[in-house]
Structures are given as C-alpha cells and as structure tokens.
Ligand binder design. Structure first.
Ligand code: OGA
Ligand code: MN
Length: 221
C-alpha cells in the first residue's frame, strides 16, 4: 500500500505551488485524475489511494455485504432519485475481520478530532446502475466523504456548481481503491458515477457491477 502520509503531504505541498494546475497535481494522483485547464480546488481536497485493500480483504467485505443484502432487489423505478439501478444497506457492526479494514479507512480518511458516523453506507450498483450528479446533504454529513470501490472500476465526475462545463474533474475509481473528497470538492462540486458511455483518458471503462462503501462524518454544527 502507498504511504498515505507521503501522498497527503505531497498534495499539500503541490497545492501551495504557483505552477499550473496540471503541474500542481500530485504525481501519485496524475494517473487517476483528468481535469481541463479551468478546474480548481483539487490540491488537498482530493486523495486517491490505489489498492487500499487487497483482493483477500475485498472478498471478506463483499462476502459480508452480500449476506447482509440477502435477496434485496435492485431498484430501477425512480428516475428522479440520484441513484438508479442499485440496492443499499447500512452496516454499523461488522465482523472482526471486516472491522479491521473499516477502522483503517476511518483512520486514514478523517481528522482525529472528527466524528465518523458509526454506520457505513453500502451501495451495490448494478451493471446498468448510475449515480447522477448530486451533493450529499449537509444536514446529514460533514466536510469529508471517503469511498472504497470494490468489484469493478468506474469513473467519478465532479462538476463545479458555478461553471460545470469548464470546471470539472474526472477521477478513475479503480477496483479496491479509496478516494477522499474534502471541503470545496464535497460542498461546491456535484459528484456522479458515470455509466457505460464513460471513458477515461481515451480508455473505455466497461460498466460492471460495483460495490462501494461510503464513510461520512457527523455534520458541522
Ligand atoms: C452516494 C455516492 C459514491 C460512490 O451514495 O452519495 O455519491 O462512490 N456514492 O458510490
Ligand atoms: Mn454522494
């Protein structure tokens, strides 16, 4: 696993430099992020950690999640919902072998002073499932959102609320990677998980079933 300390301090350093944004991007982030010239706010507000969990750990989590979801059906009905083609659950109490992984995510993602929610949101997106652009409710969730992507690779697109056509960022969410969104990227940009028309740096990303674990913290008072 990459040392997150290195990753984070690299990003911080990069954000302070006056170089153009593509130069300012942390070297570790470059393969995973696609931005046009106008995108701002990347710097310390986005972290991507490839291979945050091993295949074995992925199997451990998926096994527990599938047992929890049981025979729940995928929901396709409500087109006005932000998420389409999915089933979901919340897990507060994990088996010990999963709990270790969950704690590792929380430790890396949240400041020591923050209060991560005890429930982890688990989202099982079908092959045809998508998440439309949205901003997580500020009533229920604080400034940091972390997501662990399992089973397949998808593309997340962030768009500035002020100028979505010029100010956007695409992030490659590889299978088993962790991403962390903070501050302005969490509050002032919508995020979406794209469908099968998506490509990343000219590589086609086929739609496959994806499970994500989303970790949030208590909202600001
Ligand atoms: C959400 C969401 C992103 C993901 O459930 O609000 O944006 O990575 N999920 O699944
Ligand atoms: Mn969201």
């Amino acid at each position: 696993m990459l040392s997150l300390h290195r990753l984070t301090s690299g990003v911080l350093l990069a954000a302070k430099s006056p170089l153009s944004l593509s130069r300012r991007l942390n070297a570790f982030l470059t393969p995973y992020v696609c931005i046009p010239n106008d995108a701002r706010e990347v710097g310390e507000n986005l972290t991507v950690v490839p291979n945050f969990v091993s295949s074995e750990e992925e199997n451990t989590l998926v096994d527990e999640i599938e047992k929890t979801l049981g025979r729940k059906k995928y929901e396709y009905d409500h087109w006005d919902n932000a998420i389409h083609g999915y089933r979901e659950t919340e897990i507060a109490s994990w088996r010990p072998c999963s709990e270790v992984i969950v704690q590792r995510v929380k430790k890396v993602s949240f400041a020591q002073s923050s209060k991560p929610l005890t429930h982890t949101h688990v989202l099982d997106l079908a092959e045809k499932g998508i998440i439309k652009p949205h901003i997580d409710s500020v009533k229920f969730c604080g400034p940091t959102i972390a997501g662990l992507s399992l089973l397949s690779t998808r593309v997340m697109r962030l768009e500035s609320e002020q100028d979505a056509t010029r100010d956007w960022i695409e992030v490659l969410l590889e299978q088993r990677s962790l991403y962390i969104l903070r501050g302005p990227l969490r509050y002032n940009y919508t995020h979406a998980i794209l469908d099968s028309t998506s490509s990343f740096k000219n590589n086609f990303i086929p739609n496959q079933r994806r499970i994500s674990l989303i970790f949030r913290e208590e909202p600001d008072k």
